[in-house]
Design a protein around this ligand. Structure first.
Ligand code: GUN
Length: 293
């Protein structure tokens, strides 16, 4: 078994981005790419994600700002914040960190984002262009997954890909990306969800198994074909006395047993997570260079 080392690949891509920032922006006297994040409430996972993003921005020479609001912000006020960021010419791209509190309609907020600044690739215009294989911002986690497959030269054409989980952020877009006529892509994709029958048998036929269910240790060795490629998108915090933070991260896959059977696997942490962050940086660079729309 070989590790799909997302941390390593993300570091390599950050070096590439940093040199582009220098050559395409700083050396020409231009301001570097500027990314903003809107953070509502104090969800620990969201706070961790946003600080990881800020750190990555500093590493590549981007400017980053965070707009923090309490969980009781009104929808109207949040839409005003989106309008403000849409209109601010100093900001090249921004994200509204999800999930939002239940009284806010996420779809309305996402729809309000200018598609040209939607570096999360969540706006219906970007999703539509993704399906049509047209220039767009790809959602960061699926983009990170296909980049990882690409950098490890893992063939996807003609392969059976099984995706477990159909979220708007991961499962649905990654299933579309891998079935598109492109490289990586050209795979035969099966998308499993809560209504799917006999997930074990379907998963066991996968050459490439992508797991984004949000269920700790859901995928066991009997669900994985020998020499399959396994991508684990799950992130779960397990209380631990052995770490400074007081928790350890684990995925949706039983790593110990599955790693003995598969050809490649992403670790948690250090697999998909760093690839998600770096993909957001790639999107921001494209936004700043006005490459997409
Ligand atoms: N919440 C979990 N993943 C993401 C992401 O990629 N973008 C945003 N905005 N929120 C998230």
């Amino acid at each position: 078994m070989k590790l799909l080392d997302g941390k390593l690949i993300a570091e390599q891509i950050k070096i590439e981005i940093a040199s582009e920032v220098k050559e395409q922006f700083l050396d020409k006297g231009l301001d570097p790419p500027h990314i903003a994040a809107v953070l509502v409430g104090d969800d620990p996972a969201s706070m961790t994600y946003v600080s990881a993003k800020e750190k990555a921005c500093r590493e590549v020479g981007f400017i980053s700002s965070v707009y923090r609001y309490p969980a009781n912000i009104t929808q109207e006020k949040l839409l005003e914040v989106v309008d403000f960021l849409n209109d601010d010419n100093d900001i090249h791209g921004f994200i509204v960190q999800l999930p939002l509190p239940p009284h806010i309609d996420e779809h309305k907020v996402i729809e309000r984002i200018d598609p040209n600044k939607d570096i999360d690739g969540f706006h219906p215009v970007n999703i539509g262009n993704m399906i049509l294989n047209q220039p767009c911002f790809l959602p960061a986690t699926p983009f990170g997954i296909i980049t990882l497959l690409d950098r490890y030269k893992i063939e996807t054409a003609g392969k059976n890909v099984v995706v477990l989980g159909r979220s708007n952020i991961v499962g649905t877009p990654v299933s579309i990306l891998l079935s598109r006529k492109s490289s990586p892509g050209n795979a035969t994709v099966t998308l499993c969800h809560s209504f799917s029958k006999d997930i074990t048998a379907i998963a066991a036929r996968a050459d490439i198994l992508i797991v984004a269910m949000g269920k700790l240790g859901f995928v066991t060795a009997d669900m994985v074909k020998k020499d399959a490629v396994v991508i684990d998108v799950g992130v779960h915090r397990i209380p631990s006395t052995e770490t400074k933070s007081g928790y350890r991260l684990k995925g949706d896959v039983d790593f110990e047993r599955v790693s003995r059977k598969c050809s490649y696997i992403t670790p948690v942490p250090g697999g998909v997570g760093p690839m998600t962050i770096v993909s957001l940086l790639v999107n921001t660079l494209k936004a700043a260079k006005k490459e997409v729309i």
